[in-house]
Design a protein around this ligand. Sequence first.
Ligand code: KIV
Length: 264
Amino acid sequence: MPQNTLHTISTMKANGDKISMLTSYDSTFTHRINEAGVDMILVGDSLGMVLQGLDSTLPVNITDMIYHTRCVKASNSQCLIMSDMPFMTYRTPEEAMTNAAALMQAGAQIVKLEGGLWLKDTVAKLFEQGIPVCAHLGLTPQAINKLGGYRVQGRTPEEAQTMIDEAVALEAAGASMILLECVPSAVGKAVTEAVSVPVIGIGAGPDTDAQVLVLHDMLGITPGKKIRFVKNFMEQENTIQDALQAYAQEVASQDFPAPEHCFE
Ligand code: KIV
């Protein structure tokens, strides 16, 4: 199977096929995720919490992201690779260009930035220079101190409308994908209907085009309380490989996410 591209993923959306994505930060898991038939990998800055034991993603730096993007690229065969731009590495379009270029050279096919309308010029500049962008809306963990906690976003009609308007404006600026984290299912649906690019959801209901989970969460090995939108696939499978495969299949068949993983 050839490596998935933006075109492959857009075609899946156009055909109504649901798209699966998992985080990965290393070569061995990347190999396994490819074998399981998952469509996309996110080299997420969640690696700060998952690998480095930090209490937020804020201290993650571009060197970390370049290193882990290289590790993933080394054994990737089929998945589209998206890499996160860490906190404060895209304050201006120029700074974003330098840092995004380094991630693309390490093996990313698209970079993800957290934020709303203020990112319009940056998205346009990166797109113009051949760097596709995924805009991350809803719960944006890099803004955790401003948000005041890991909470569902877009609960009021005004907040929901702002999110829809931001998604539309960022698509118009050149964003190739939107990622929505922790929003009511109705908002996930409304944003997905408002844009033509693929929308990836995590805790955003069943109607987004794609689903993403943090690998260690869906394998049930993350310490602490289980988050509502996470399903532990090791509860029903005997091996890691079977759990990864079950995830890809349940996203494709729309059995995941179930109502118990969604917010009203
Ligand atoms: O860093 C990450 O893993 C993410 C997901 C939670 C979407 O951004």
